[in-house]
Design a protein around this ligand. Structure first.
Ligand SMILES: Cc1cc2nc3c(=O)[nH]c(=O)nc-3n(C[C@H](O)[C@H](O)[C@H](O)COP(=O)(O)OP(=O)(O)OC[C@H]3O[C@@H](n4cnc5c(N)ncnc54)[C@H](O)[C@@H]3O)c2cc1C
Length: 398
């Protein structure tokens, strides 16, 4: 078996691994990313691409901590999008600069007062009735409508932009075996996409492998209770003739539906998250689609839904264990000697996670090897995957 070496091996090429690998390269480290499927092909390309600034979480008192943590992250991304940030994301496509947030109920005590407070602080802006979009105005009576300054990104363009500077350092392969040392890892035996096996040696290892972190956590002795999954079934409506970005909320702390829109051929796919996607996880695909379509008809009765095609995509959110099984309030890093296991918890947290990884003693204390790093460019290379609406799906009309 041939051995390859570098300073840091990053396992998992989603947003967390790609962001971290870029920052390590900037620091002069030799880095390689190992990806088992396609770059972004886990949660990242299945995400809605929203740079949450915390407004959605601020409505729910129990999530105030998340809302607070999130405040500083969108500006960090926006600097990158403008070419002045820590990474160059100038080529990333911005799909929307703001989202709408509204309720179908006239009186929603908690929500209405939370929004009024935010409007006072300039965090959201109430949209006057004469500026409401037609699709909301033409629907049954509604309370208030707010514009939230939260950007939505075309996530495939994010993965493409993050993978470009890592050209030749993105290996397509999966872990065959963990080779431990006294604390952490000495090496990984890797089964490459072409069937060959290699040994990857490094001074440090960083796991940003989403659901794949479970295996790493077990191998490093953290046990199976260190991680959690929260399943979603995201429904897609294809053939929409206009884009829409917004959260429809109810008295429940979770949005009833979070809608983002993504270009596909010459129309739009509406990608539907929120409570409907969480409830869908307990149903079969056709039940999920039927229930979601009913919800969409109730929320947007003026839309011509009969021409729309529907499909759904099951995906698990992979996170460190939260005692109540909920979204952890911040990105999280576990260390064992020279090895880290890390989760961003949200796409928007990727820059903060990378900062925490870089500041970890497991990485700060490594000395770059005296040997020059191996040339990884001749090994099979991983490339960006596809978002769910561009993957083969069983589209159906209702
Ligand atoms: C439906 C959905 C919508 C979301 N929407 C938003 C949103 O709008 N805004 C937001 O901020 N967050 C959102 N999130 C959360 C966000 O997508 C995730 O927190 C983030 O993408 C996680 O990134 P990651 O790089 O840690 O994991 P992943 O993207 O899952 O990447 C992990 C990678 O590791 C690879 N891997 C696994 N095992 C191995 C192995 N053994 N060897 C090599 N590679 C391996 C996988 O193939 C995968 O590519 C959403 C999540 C979901 C599921």
């Amino acid at each position: 078996m041939n051995s390859y070496h570098c300073d840091v091996v990053v396992v998992g090429g989603g947003v967390a691994g790609l962001w971290t690998a870029n920052r390590l390269v900037q620091q002069g480290r030799s880095v390689v990313v190992l990806e088992a499927k396609a770059l972004g092909g886990g949660q990242t390309l299945a995400s809605q691409g929203i740079l949450h600034g915390g407004v959605k979480y601020g409505i729910d008192g129990a999530k105030r901590e998340i809302a607070h943590q999130l405040r500083d992250l969108p500006p960090r991304w926006l600097a990158c999008l403008g070419g002045q940030g820590e990474l160059d994301l100038k080529s990333v496509r911005v799909l929307a600069r703001e989202q709408l947030l509204w309720s179908r109920d006239r009186i929603l005590g908690g929500f209405a007062s939370a929004m009024a407070r935010k409007a006072m602080q300039g965090v959201v802006e109430e949209v006057p009735k004469n500026h409401w979009p037609e699709v909301i105005r033409s629907s049954p009576p509604t309370g208030s409508l707010y514009a939230v300054q939260e950007v939505v990104l075309d996530i495939l363009s994010v993965v493409t932009a993050l993978s470009k500077p890592l050209h030749g350092k993105l290996i397509a392969g999966d872990i065959h075996q963990f080779i431990p040392r006294e604390s952490g890892l000495a090496a990984l035996e890797v089964a490459l996409a072409n069937g060959a096996q290699i040994r990857l040696e490094a001074e440090a290892f960083v796991f940003t492998a989403g659901t794949g972190n479970e295996r790493a956590a077990e191998a490093l002795g953290f046990g199976s209770t260190a991680t959690q999954r929260r399943p979603l079934r995201m429904v897609m409506a294809r053939g929409m003739n206009f884009p829409f970005y917004g959260h429809c909320v109810t008295a429940s702390p979770k949005p009833r539906a979070t809608i983002t829109s993504h270009p596909s051929d010459d129309s739009w796919v509406w990608y539907l998250g929120g409570e409907i996607a969480e409830k869908g996880a307990a149903l079969n695909p056709s039940e999920t689609i039927e229930r979601t379509a009913k919800e969409m008809r109730a929320i947007f009765p003026s839309v011509g839904w009969h021409t729309v095609e529907w499909a759904c995509h099951a995906v698990d959110r992979a996170e460190p264990r939260d005692s109540d099984g909920r979204l952890p309030p911040e990105p999280y890093v576990m260390a064992r000697g020279n090895t880290l296991v890390a989760w961003p918890a949200k796409l928007v947290y990727a820059p903060l996670l990378a900062t925490r990884i870089l500041a970890s003693p497991s990485l700060m204390n490594i000395s770059s090897k005296t040997l020059p790093p191996s040339d990884f460019s001749k090994l099979p290379q991983a490339s960006p995957g596809c978002p769910p609406w561009l993957l083969p799906q069983a589209w159906t009309r209702l």
